[in-house]
Design a protein around this ligand. Structure first.
Ligand code: FPP
Length: 248
């Protein structure tokens, strides 16, 4: 476990994606309701957005709500939607000041209308910002994203707009919610579990994966710096040998 290793400014991951896990357990350990964990988790979101922006990360994707999360008790779902709406309303001025652009991935048609409206407004108002892209995964599932892409591609093939030979990695990339974004270099999961949970299944093919026991409400600057330092210590080979990488 790296402890307070210095971060190399030139090797900052362009895209960091985070599975923010552990809010419920963190709250339970303190005999508090699960929603309290999510609430303190929003403070971590704010801290990590700021930290990522200061470090020069270009894209920060946060898994805020999965397609599976709709199965949670209605009061927890409602509470999470409320936190999201308040966060967006509260943070707009800071996003404009810090040149943060908000984007989102997922089936946002499923979100309550009031949340969707605030989300759309924030996306529009911050569209010209050019520092960090804060990309929220909302009602997102990697498999659903692939199904959606495959359906669109199949429709284009049957309409004669493209041939099956045109289907390559690039074409698939361009049909995903993440079209236009670089693929994640570093994928972090907090909360002690070691799985992908349907997150960025296609895009994370070559991401460095970092699992930490730190629960999301406690994941702040130092924990983020530790993850980046660990990333910087890894050799990314993309299927090649170490010698090939070293000889450039
Ligand atoms: C996983 O913890 C976390 C979530 C399902 C929601 C994450 C949401 C937030 C941090 C707040 C809203 C987000 C934004 C962007 C304002 P869990 O509940 O599964 O934890 P557990 O595994 O301990 O039960």
């Amino acid at each position: 476990m790296p402890v307070s290793q210095p971060i190399e400014p030139l090797r900052i991951p362009r895209h960091v994606a985070i599975i923010m896990d552990g809010n419920g357990r963190w709250a339970k350990q303190r005999s508090k309701p699960r929603l309290y964990g999510h609430k303190v988790g929003v403070d971590s979101v704010q801290t990590i957005v700021e930290s990522a922006s200061e470090l020069g990360v270009e894209v920060l994707t946060l898994y805020a709500f999965s397609t599976e999360n709709w199965k949670r008790p209605a009061d927890e779902v409602g509470g999470l939607m409320g936190l999201l709406k308040t966060y967006l309303q509260r943070e707009l001025s800071r996003m404009l000041k810090n040149r943060i652009r908000l984007t989102c991935i997922g089936d946002i048609e499923k979100l309550p209308k009031d949340v969707r409206d605030v989300l759309q407004k924030t996306i529009t108002d911050t569209a010209e910002n050019d520092k960090l892209t804060l990309n929220l995964a909302l009602s997102y599932g990697g498999r659903a994203e692939l199904i959606r892409a495959i359906r669109t591609i199949a429709t284009e093939v049957s309409a004669g707009d493209i041939n099956t030979d045109d289907i390559d990695e690039n074409l698939i990339d361009n049909h995903l919610y993440t079209a236009g974004l670089p693929e994640p270099d570093l994928l972090i999961r907090t909360g002690g579990e070691a799985r992908l949970s349907n997150f960025l299944l296609w895009q994370a093919s070559y991401a460095e994966i970092y699992f930490t026991d730190v629960m999301w409400p406690e994941f702040r600057e130092q924990a983020f710096a530790d993850a980046i330092a660990e990333y910087q210590g890894r050799e990314r080979r993309f299927g090649r040998t170490s010698a090939q990488i070293k000889s450039g």
